[in-house]
Design a protein around this ligand. Structure first.
Ligand SMILES: *[C@@H]1O[C@H](CO)[C@@H](O)[C@H](O)[C@H]1NC(C)=O
Ligand SMILES: *[C@@H]1O[C@H](CO)[C@@H](O)[C@H](O)[C@H]1NC(C)=O
Ligand SMILES: *[C@@H]1O[C@H](CO)[C@@H](O)[C@H](O)[C@H]1NC(C)=O
Length: 346
Protein backbone atom coordinates (compact mmCIF):
# COMPACT_ATOMS: atom_id res chain seq x y z
CA UNK A 1 0.00 0.00 0.00
CA UNK A 2 2.80 2.44 0.83
CA UNK A 3 4.10 2.55 -2.72
CA UNK A 4 0.69 3.36 -4.15
CA UNK A 5 0.06 5.94 -1.50
CA UNK A 6 3.37 7.65 -2.16
CA UNK A 7 2.80 7.66 -5.86
CA UNK A 8 -0.47 9.37 -5.28
CA UNK A 9 1.17 11.78 -2.88
CA UNK A 10 3.84 12.70 -5.38
CA UNK A 11 1.38 13.25 -8.19
CA UNK A 12 -1.47 14.92 -6.45
CA UNK A 13 0.07 16.11 -3.25
CA UNK A 14 -2.29 13.99 -1.23
CA UNK A 15 -1.20 11.40 1.22
CA UNK A 16 -3.23 9.21 3.42
CA UNK A 17 -0.92 8.83 6.34
CA UNK A 18 -1.67 6.29 8.96
CA UNK A 19 0.23 6.64 12.20
CA UNK A 20 -0.59 5.67 15.71
CA UNK A 21 -4.11 4.52 15.04
CA UNK A 22 -5.38 7.78 13.64
CA UNK A 23 -5.65 8.46 9.97
CA UNK A 24 -5.61 11.78 8.29
CA UNK A 25 -5.83 12.96 4.80
CA UNK A 26 -3.25 15.61 4.26
CA UNK A 27 -3.10 17.61 1.08
CA UNK A 28 0.45 18.76 1.61
CA UNK A 29 4.02 18.41 0.41
CA UNK A 30 6.69 16.21 2.00
CA UNK A 31 8.14 18.92 4.21
CA UNK A 32 4.74 19.89 5.53
CA UNK A 33 3.82 16.27 6.13
CA UNK A 34 7.06 15.66 8.00
CA UNK A 35 6.53 18.78 10.06
CA UNK A 36 3.09 17.53 11.11
CA UNK A 37 3.96 14.01 12.17
CA UNK A 38 3.73 14.26 15.95
CA UNK A 39 6.72 13.60 18.16
CA UNK A 40 9.64 13.70 15.74
CA UNK A 41 12.95 15.21 16.80
CA UNK A 42 14.41 17.89 14.45
CA UNK A 43 16.95 15.48 12.96
CA UNK A 44 14.19 12.94 12.37
CA UNK A 45 12.17 15.51 10.42
CA UNK A 46 15.16 16.03 8.14
CA UNK A 47 15.40 12.27 7.53
CA UNK A 48 11.64 12.17 6.94
CA UNK A 49 11.92 14.84 4.25
CA UNK A 50 14.69 13.05 2.41
CA UNK A 51 13.07 9.60 2.68
CA UNK A 52 9.28 10.00 2.72
CA UNK A 53 8.88 6.38 1.53
CA UNK A 54 10.66 5.12 4.63
CA UNK A 55 8.61 7.17 7.06
CA UNK A 56 5.49 5.09 6.41
CA UNK A 57 7.42 1.89 7.07
CA UNK A 58 8.86 3.44 10.24
CA UNK A 59 5.32 4.19 11.40
CA UNK A 60 4.33 0.58 10.75
CA UNK A 61 7.41 -0.71 12.60
CA UNK A 62 6.62 1.48 15.59
CA UNK A 63 3.01 0.24 15.59
CA UNK A 64 4.21 -3.35 15.51
CA UNK A 65 6.44 -2.61 18.52
CA UNK A 66 3.58 -0.98 20.43
CA UNK A 67 1.15 -3.83 19.71
CA UNK A 68 3.74 -6.36 20.85
CA UNK A 69 4.37 -4.37 24.02
CA UNK A 70 0.62 -4.34 24.73
CA UNK A 71 0.44 -8.07 24.15
CA UNK A 72 3.38 -8.84 26.43
CA UNK A 73 2.07 -6.63 29.25
CA UNK A 74 -1.67 -7.15 28.90
CA UNK A 75 -1.91 -8.67 32.36
CA UNK A 76 0.31 -6.16 34.10
CA UNK A 77 -0.57 -3.03 36.02
CA UNK A 78 1.53 -1.24 33.48
CA UNK A 79 -0.05 -2.28 30.17
CA UNK A 80 2.24 -0.32 27.91
CA UNK A 81 0.21 2.83 28.20
CA UNK A 82 1.62 6.19 29.17
CA UNK A 83 0.31 9.66 29.65
CA UNK A 84 1.00 12.64 27.46
CA UNK A 85 0.95 13.44 23.80
CA UNK A 86 0.46 10.94 21.07
CA UNK A 87 3.51 10.56 18.87
CA UNK A 88 4.44 8.31 15.99
CA UNK A 89 5.99 6.12 18.71
CA UNK A 90 2.78 5.96 20.71
CA UNK A 91 2.55 7.78 24.01
CA UNK A 92 6.11 7.81 25.18
CA UNK A 93 7.35 7.01 28.63
CA UNK A 94 9.86 9.79 29.12
CA UNK A 95 11.29 8.41 32.31
CA UNK A 96 14.20 6.20 33.36
CA UNK A 97 12.20 3.13 34.37
CA UNK A 98 12.45 -0.53 33.36
CA UNK A 99 9.23 -0.14 31.42
CA UNK A 100 10.72 2.69 29.38
CA UNK A 101 13.72 0.41 28.74
CA UNK A 102 11.43 -2.23 27.25
CA UNK A 103 9.56 0.35 25.14
CA UNK A 104 12.74 1.76 23.61
CA UNK A 105 14.15 -1.69 22.83
CA UNK A 106 11.00 -3.02 21.20
CA UNK A 107 10.48 0.13 19.12
CA UNK A 108 14.07 0.09 17.84
CA UNK A 109 13.68 -3.61 16.98
CA UNK A 110 10.30 -2.97 15.36
CA UNK A 111 11.64 -0.25 13.08
CA UNK A 112 14.68 -2.36 12.06
CA UNK A 113 12.39 -5.35 11.41
CA UNK A 114 9.87 -3.37 9.34
CA UNK A 115 12.53 -1.59 7.26
CA UNK A 116 14.31 -4.89 6.54
CA UNK A 117 11.01 -6.57 5.57
CA UNK A 118 10.12 -3.66 3.28
CA UNK A 119 13.56 -3.92 1.60
CA UNK A 120 13.03 -7.63 0.94
CA UNK A 121 9.61 -6.99 -0.58
CA UNK A 122 10.96 -4.29 -2.85
CA UNK A 123 8.97 -1.53 -1.17
CA UNK A 124 11.84 0.87 -0.57
CA UNK A 125 13.90 2.52 -3.26
CA UNK A 126 17.33 2.31 -1.62
CA UNK A 127 17.52 -1.32 -0.59
CA UNK A 128 16.47 -4.82 -1.61
CA UNK A 129 17.91 -8.26 -0.88
CA UNK A 130 21.32 -8.58 0.75
CA UNK A 131 23.66 -8.44 -2.23
CA UNK A 132 26.59 -9.68 -0.19
CA UNK A 133 24.79 -13.00 0.11
CA UNK A 134 23.87 -13.63 -3.50
CA UNK A 135 25.59 -16.40 -5.43
CA UNK A 136 28.47 -16.89 -2.99
CA UNK A 137 29.49 -20.18 -1.48
CA UNK A 138 29.54 -20.53 2.27
CA UNK A 139 32.79 -22.52 2.10
CA UNK A 140 32.73 -24.11 5.51
CA UNK A 141 29.15 -25.36 5.30
CA UNK A 142 29.04 -26.57 1.70
CA UNK A 143 26.07 -24.60 0.52
CA UNK A 144 25.49 -21.60 -1.66
CA UNK A 145 23.76 -18.36 -0.79
CA UNK A 146 20.67 -18.04 -2.95
CA UNK A 147 17.20 -16.56 -2.97
CA UNK A 148 16.60 -13.24 -1.29
CA UNK A 149 18.44 -12.84 1.99
CA UNK A 150 17.04 -10.14 4.27
CA UNK A 151 19.30 -7.09 4.26
CA UNK A 152 19.40 -6.80 8.02
CA UNK A 153 22.46 -4.58 7.87
CA UNK A 154 20.39 -1.91 6.13
CA UNK A 155 17.47 -2.23 8.54
CA UNK A 156 19.69 -2.02 11.60
CA UNK A 157 21.58 0.95 10.15
CA UNK A 158 18.35 2.75 9.42
CA UNK A 159 17.00 2.11 12.89
CA UNK A 160 20.28 3.35 14.38
CA UNK A 161 20.24 6.60 12.41
CA UNK A 162 16.53 7.26 12.86
CA UNK A 163 15.66 6.00 16.32
CA UNK A 164 18.87 7.21 17.96
CA UNK A 165 18.24 10.69 16.53
CA UNK A 166 15.48 11.06 19.13
CA UNK A 167 18.08 11.51 21.83
CA UNK A 168 19.06 15.13 21.75
CA UNK A 169 19.73 16.04 25.36
CA UNK A 170 23.06 15.04 26.86
CA UNK A 171 21.80 13.30 29.93
CA UNK A 172 22.03 9.94 31.61
CA UNK A 173 18.61 9.08 30.16
CA UNK A 174 20.07 9.59 26.71
CA UNK A 175 22.74 7.00 27.47
CA UNK A 176 20.08 4.67 28.84
CA UNK A 177 17.83 5.04 25.78
CA UNK A 178 20.68 4.59 23.30
CA UNK A 179 21.80 1.46 25.13
CA UNK A 180 18.31 -0.04 25.16
CA UNK A 181 17.76 0.80 21.48
CA UNK A 182 20.88 -1.20 20.72
CA UNK A 183 19.75 -4.11 22.91
CA UNK A 184 16.54 -4.29 20.88
CA UNK A 185 18.43 -4.35 17.60
CA UNK A 186 20.87 -6.97 18.88
CA UNK A 187 17.96 -9.25 19.81
CA UNK A 188 16.76 -9.04 16.23
CA UNK A 189 20.25 -9.66 14.87
CA UNK A 190 20.83 -12.74 17.02
CA UNK A 191 17.53 -14.31 16.04
CA UNK A 192 17.77 -14.16 12.28
CA UNK A 193 16.85 -17.43 10.61
CA UNK A 194 18.55 -19.46 7.93
CA UNK A 195 16.26 -21.16 5.45
CA UNK A 196 17.53 -23.66 2.91
CA UNK A 197 16.28 -25.50 -0.12
CA UNK A 198 17.62 -28.83 -1.44
CA UNK A 199 18.51 -29.40 -5.06
CA UNK A 200 19.33 -32.68 -6.79
CA UNK A 201 17.64 -35.61 -8.46
CA UNK A 202 14.47 -36.67 -6.66
CA UNK A 203 15.23 -34.64 -3.58
CA UNK A 204 18.71 -36.11 -3.03
CA UNK A 205 19.96 -32.78 -1.68
CA UNK A 206 23.28 -32.97 -3.48
CA UNK A 207 23.43 -29.19 -3.22
CA UNK A 208 21.68 -26.60 -1.14
CA UNK A 209 20.94 -22.91 -1.38
CA UNK A 210 20.22 -20.90 1.73
CA UNK A 211 19.08 -17.41 2.63
CA UNK A 212 18.45 -15.45 5.81
CA UNK A 213 14.94 -14.46 6.91
CA UNK A 214 13.53 -12.31 9.65
CA UNK A 215 12.20 -13.98 12.81
CA UNK A 216 8.53 -13.56 13.78
CA UNK A 217 8.22 -10.38 15.78
CA UNK A 218 6.33 -12.24 18.53
CA UNK A 219 9.49 -14.23 19.30
CA UNK A 220 11.43 -11.03 19.85
CA UNK A 221 8.64 -9.83 22.14
CA UNK A 222 9.05 -12.86 24.41
CA UNK A 223 12.83 -12.55 24.47
CA UNK A 224 12.68 -8.86 25.34
CA UNK A 225 10.06 -9.52 28.00
CA UNK A 226 12.44 -11.99 29.58
CA UNK A 227 15.26 -9.41 29.42
CA UNK A 228 12.90 -6.89 31.02
CA UNK A 229 12.45 -9.13 34.03
CA UNK A 230 16.26 -9.30 34.40
CA UNK A 231 16.92 -5.62 33.63
CA UNK A 232 19.84 -4.10 35.53
CA UNK A 233 19.98 -0.79 37.30
CA UNK A 234 22.74 1.51 36.13
CA UNK A 235 24.16 4.88 37.07
CA UNK A 236 25.95 7.45 34.97
CA UNK A 237 29.67 8.04 35.27
CA UNK A 238 30.93 11.51 34.48
CA UNK A 239 34.33 11.92 32.93
CA UNK A 240 36.33 14.23 35.19
CA UNK A 241 36.81 17.12 32.79
CA UNK A 242 33.29 17.38 31.43
CA UNK A 243 30.24 17.55 33.57
CA UNK A 244 28.32 15.36 31.15
CA UNK A 245 27.56 11.73 31.89
CA UNK A 246 29.77 9.77 29.50
CA UNK A 247 28.93 6.15 30.16
CA UNK A 248 26.82 3.89 32.33
CA UNK A 249 27.95 1.40 34.91
CA UNK A 250 26.00 -1.19 36.82
CA UNK A 251 24.79 0.27 40.10
CA UNK A 252 26.26 -1.97 42.73
CA UNK A 253 28.86 -1.34 45.40
CA UNK A 254 32.43 -2.04 44.22
CA UNK A 255 31.25 -2.82 40.72
CA UNK A 256 32.75 -1.15 37.72
CA UNK A 257 31.16 -3.38 35.16
CA UNK A 258 29.47 -1.76 32.21
CA UNK A 259 26.18 -3.28 31.07
CA UNK A 260 26.43 -5.63 28.08
CA UNK A 261 24.29 -5.67 24.98
CA UNK A 262 22.03 -8.31 26.49
CA UNK A 263 21.20 -6.14 29.52
CA UNK A 264 18.21 -3.85 29.37
CA UNK A 265 19.13 -0.99 31.66
CA UNK A 266 17.19 1.46 33.81
CA UNK A 267 18.11 4.34 36.08
CA UNK A 268 15.06 4.89 38.25
CA UNK A 269 12.95 2.45 40.21
CA UNK A 270 9.49 1.98 38.72
CA UNK A 271 6.39 3.38 40.36
CA UNK A 272 3.78 0.79 41.37
CA UNK A 273 1.47 2.01 38.58
CA UNK A 274 -1.51 1.99 40.93
CA UNK A 275 -2.44 5.65 40.68
CA UNK A 276 -2.32 8.17 37.89
CA UNK A 277 0.99 10.00 38.06
CA UNK A 278 2.11 12.22 35.20
CA UNK A 279 5.66 12.52 36.60
CA UNK A 280 6.41 8.80 36.50
CA UNK A 281 4.20 8.21 33.45
CA UNK A 282 1.78 5.96 35.34
CA UNK A 283 -1.76 5.75 33.91
CA UNK A 284 -3.08 4.00 37.02
CA UNK A 285 -5.28 0.92 37.06
CA UNK A 286 -8.72 2.44 37.55
CA UNK A 287 -11.16 0.84 35.09
CA UNK A 288 -8.86 -2.04 34.23
CA UNK A 289 -10.50 -5.46 33.88
CA UNK A 290 -9.34 -7.92 36.51
CA UNK A 291 -10.01 -11.54 37.38
CA UNK A 292 -11.65 -12.12 40.74
CA UNK A 293 -10.77 -15.82 40.90
CA UNK A 294 -7.02 -15.41 40.58
CA UNK A 295 -5.89 -14.34 44.04
CA UNK A 296 -2.13 -14.00 43.65
CA UNK A 297 -1.91 -13.43 39.96
CA UNK A 298 -0.94 -9.97 38.63
CA UNK A 299 -4.22 -9.99 36.71
CA UNK A 300 -6.22 -10.87 39.83
CA UNK A 301 -8.35 -8.08 41.25
CA UNK A 302 -6.38 -7.87 44.48
CA UNK A 303 -3.07 -7.00 42.87
CA UNK A 304 -4.42 -5.22 39.81
CA UNK A 305 -6.64 -2.90 41.83
CA UNK A 306 -4.01 -2.27 44.52
CA UNK A 307 -6.50 -3.07 47.29
CA UNK A 308 -9.01 -0.41 46.20
CA UNK A 309 -11.63 -3.02 45.35
CA UNK A 310 -13.53 -3.59 42.14
CA UNK A 311 -16.87 -3.04 40.47
CA UNK A 312 -18.91 -5.98 39.21
CA UNK A 313 -20.75 -5.76 35.92
CA UNK A 314 -23.25 -8.45 35.05
CA UNK A 315 -24.42 -9.19 31.59
CA UNK A 316 -25.74 -12.18 29.72
CA UNK A 317 -24.05 -13.69 26.78
CA UNK A 318 -26.17 -15.32 24.01
CA UNK A 319 -24.91 -17.77 21.45
CA UNK A 320 -26.14 -20.46 19.04
CA UNK A 321 -25.89 -23.94 20.44
CA UNK A 322 -27.00 -27.59 19.98
CA UNK A 323 -27.00 -27.15 16.26
CA UNK A 324 -28.47 -29.98 14.19
CA UNK A 325 -27.99 -30.57 10.54
CA UNK A 326 -31.09 -31.75 8.72
CA UNK A 327 -31.15 -33.28 5.25
CA UNK A 328 -30.94 -31.25 3.08
CA UNK A 329 -29.70 -28.51 3.72
CA UNK A 330 -30.48 -26.59 6.82
CA UNK A 331 -29.04 -26.18 10.24
CA UNK A 332 -31.25 -25.65 13.30
CA UNK A 333 -29.85 -24.24 16.47
CA UNK A 334 -31.09 -23.33 19.90
CA UNK A 335 -30.12 -20.15 21.61
CA UNK A 336 -28.17 -20.63 24.81
CA UNK A 337 -27.43 -17.96 27.32
CA UNK A 338 -25.13 -17.55 30.24
CA UNK A 339 -24.82 -14.89 32.86
CA UNK A 340 -21.32 -13.50 32.95
CA UNK A 341 -19.58 -11.16 35.30
CA UNK A 342 -16.89 -8.72 34.55
CA UNK A 343 -14.83 -6.97 37.19
CA UNK A 344 -13.12 -3.64 36.84
CA UNK A 345 -10.89 -1.83 39.32
CA UNK A 346 -12.29 1.04 41.38
C1 LIG B 1 5.03 -3.81 0.61
O1 LIG B 1 4.07 -3.30 -0.27
C2 LIG B 1 2.93 -4.13 -0.44
C3 LIG B 1 2.06 -3.57 -1.54
O2 LIG B 1 2.15 -2.17 -1.63
C4 LIG B 1 2.20 -4.25 0.90
O3 LIG B 1 1.07 -5.08 0.80
C5 LIG B 1 3.16 -4.84 1.94
O4 LIG B 1 2.56 -4.88 3.21
C6 LIG B 1 4.44 -4.01 2.01
N1 LIG B 1 5.38 -4.69 2.87
C7 LIG B 1 6.05 -4.12 3.87
C8 LIG B 1 6.92 -4.97 4.67
O5 LIG B 1 5.94 -2.93 4.12
C1 LIG C 1 -4.25 0.12 29.60
O1 LIG C 1 -4.63 0.74 30.80
C2 LIG C 1 -5.15 2.05 30.65
C3 LIG C 1 -5.29 2.71 32.01
O2 LIG C 1 -5.95 1.91 32.94
C4 LIG C 1 -6.46 1.92 29.85
O3 LIG C 1 -7.06 3.19 29.69
C5 LIG C 1 -6.14 1.32 28.49
O4 LIG C 1 -7.31 1.09 27.75
C6 LIG C 1 -5.38 0.00 28.63
N1 LIG C 1 -4.87 -0.35 27.32
C7 LIG C 1 -4.93 -1.60 26.82
C8 LIG C 1 -4.33 -1.80 25.47
O5 LIG C 1 -5.41 -2.53 27.45
C1 LIG D 1 -10.20 -15.90 35.43
O1 LIG D 1 -9.26 -16.93 35.61
C2 LIG D 1 -9.80 -18.24 35.49
C3 LIG D 1 -8.70 -19.21 35.86
O2 LIG D 1 -7.56 -19.01 35.09
C4 LIG D 1 -10.33 -18.44 34.07
O3 LIG D 1 -10.86 -19.73 33.93
C5 LIG D 1 -11.39 -17.40 33.80
O4 LIG D 1 -11.83 -17.48 32.45
C6 LIG D 1 -10.84 -15.97 34.04
N1 LIG D 1 -11.91 -15.00 33.94
C7 LIG D 1 -11.85 -13.92 33.18
C8 LIG D 1 -13.03 -13.00 33.23
O5 LIG D 1 -10.86 -13.66 32.49
Amino acid sequence: MSRRVLHCFLCLGIIYLKTGGFSRVLALGASLICSRIPGLAPRQRVICQSRPDAIIVIGEGAQMGIRECQFQFKHGRWNCSALGDRTVFGKELRVGSKEAAFMYAILAAGVAHAITAACTQGNLSECSCDRGKQGFYAQANGWKWGGCSADLHYGLGFSRVFMDAREIKHSSRRLMNLHNNEVGRKVLERNMRLECKCHGVSGSCSSRTCWTTLPKFRELGFILKDMYSKAVQVEPVKATRHKRPTFLKIKRAHSYRKPTDTDLVYIEESPNYCEVDPVSGSAGTQGRICNRTLPHHPHGCELMCCGRGYNTHQYSRLWQCHCKFSWCCSVRCNTCSERTELHTCK
